[in-house]
Design a protein around this ligand. Structure first.
Ligand code: HEC
Length: 390
């Protein structure tokens, strides 16, 4: 892997992750509001404070009307509406925003940002702490800084290494003073008592990375991957392609063929296609944002799915199995190998299980595909064949 920029300058190494949030966080209301009337626009743009029931209804209705379009302006305006609803502090309005977080995975970052504003300006409701923590996987840029700031106001601590690592990864993308706030949160969550002094925040973050590596040697490294070496595709380019695909494109025969050609079907099931060594992908687009799906494909070891831990399993008879380990009844485990084959072993046959820090999923799977094939694959992942097709 060739890093984007020389070591020691991690901040600029995240350009590939950075471009999108800059587009989504701007707080100005979009000019071309299309179907939204002037009065409702003014409610978003020119007013502040609590909202009446009819005002909430108007904002919710505008939000729903805009759902029909996927263009950047509508997306931005819908983000503004969520912020306006949350900042009002009015219970029904904030409830709507929480509902969006739960039910619309593609808007989770906007909903979480709005909730962070509610927490910062009104009150801290323990249930919101959970939304904010869960959102750490999808928020970026200034939205992420606002979420971290709001989390600092809670006494609750997310102590699992996966969350601590995520705050650290985000901190690497922040400028001052976001970095300071992220490191405050790291100190609070990790319970680390003495944090060594350092000259500047680059060195401080490097010290946090080293601390993480020593404390959690089985976890993936707390750093961003570089551009995949030798790959014809960049993350940014493919993200733009993925984002440009409309919803409700039925599954295509072409997409299914790519799913098989690129070996995905060896390890994943989507609809009626494939075998299940890794996570089931039929509803992946309801669980993960497009950027998360793309990151999972291009950088398999960036975020590991905890339900499919990869491990090296040493058996008492000397055999060694490598792959994803899942339960197979009370006394046995199943190891799904990189070749897509499963082996079931009794727990009594196992000598040792060594967790792997790398995903069982290989990288570079898109390297030999054409852009058209990749688009077909994306369409297929957004909408895999349900039971009756093919
Ligand atoms: C050798 C097996 C293997 C192959 C081949 C493979 N994957 Fe995976 N994939 C996995 C495993 C194991 C995981 C879960 C562990 C992890 O998070 O890395 C995973 C995770 C994922 C995820 C994240 C899903 C989630 O719920 O966390 C996506 C999306 C994905 N794969 C898509 C693909 C696509 C698309 C292809 C084909 C281009 C592919 N995979 C090929 C094994 C594989």
């Amino acid at each position: 892997m060739k890093p984007f920029t020389p070591a020691g300058r991690p901040r600029s190494a995240q350009r590939w992750l950075y471009a999108l949030p800059l587009l989504t966080i701007t707080l100005s209301v979009a000019e071309a509001a299309g179907p939204v009337d002037e009065e409702t626009l003014a409610l978003v743009r020119d007013s502040a404070g609590s909202l009446s029931r009819s005002q909430i209804a108007a904002l919710v209705s505008a939000d729903e009307t805009l759902a029909a379009t996927r263009d950047e302006d509508s997306r931005k305006l819908r983000g503004e509406i969520l912020v306006r609803l949350a900042e009002s502090g009015t219970t029904a309005a904030v409830e709507y925003v929480r509902g969006v977080f739960e039910s619309e995975v593609d808007r989770r970052h906007d909903a979480a940002y709005a909730i962070s504003r509610f927490c910062l300006e009104h009150r801290r409701v323990p249930a919101d702490w959970r939304y904010l923590v869960r959102s750490l996987m999808v928020v970026e840029g200034e939205q992420a800084q606002s979420v971290v700031r709001a989390l600092n106001g809670f006494r609750e601590r997310a102590t699992k290494p996966v969350w601590i690592r995520q705050v650290l990864l985000l901190a690497l993308t922040f400028d001052e003073p976001g970095r300071e706030e992220a490191m405050d949160l790291l100190a609070q969550w990790s319970g680390r008592e003495s944090v060594p002094e350092a000259e500047n925040s680059d060195d401080q973050l490097a010290a946090w990375q080293n601390w993480f590596r020593e404390t959690y040697p089985d976890e993936p490294d707390p750093s961003w991957p570089g551009q995949p070496e030798g790959s014809p595709w960049s993350y940014q380019q493919l993200l733009a392609e993925f984002e440009a695909i409309g919803e409700n494109q039925g599954p295509t025969e072409a997409g299914r063929a790519v799913f098989e050609k690129a070996a995905c079907a060896k390890c994943h099931r989507a609809g009626r296609v494939g075998t299940q060594v890794g996570p089931e992908l039929t509803r992946v687009a309801e669980r993960l944002q497009r950027k998360q799906i793309l990151q999972a494909i291009l950088f398999p070891s960036l975020h590991l799915n905890e339900e499919y831990p990869s491990a090296t399993v040493l058996l008492l008879d000397g055999r060694v199995l490598v792959g994803t380990v899942t339960s197979a009844g009370p006394d046995a485990v199943s190891v799904g190998g990189l070749d897509g084959k499963r082996t079931t072993v009794q727990k009594s046959e196992i000598d040792q299980v060594q967790p792997n820090r790398l995903s069982g999923m290989p990288s570079g799977l898109l390297d030999d595909l054409s852009l058209d094939e990749i688009r077909d694959l994306f369409k297929f992942l957004l909408n895999p064949p349900k039971a009756e097709s093919f």
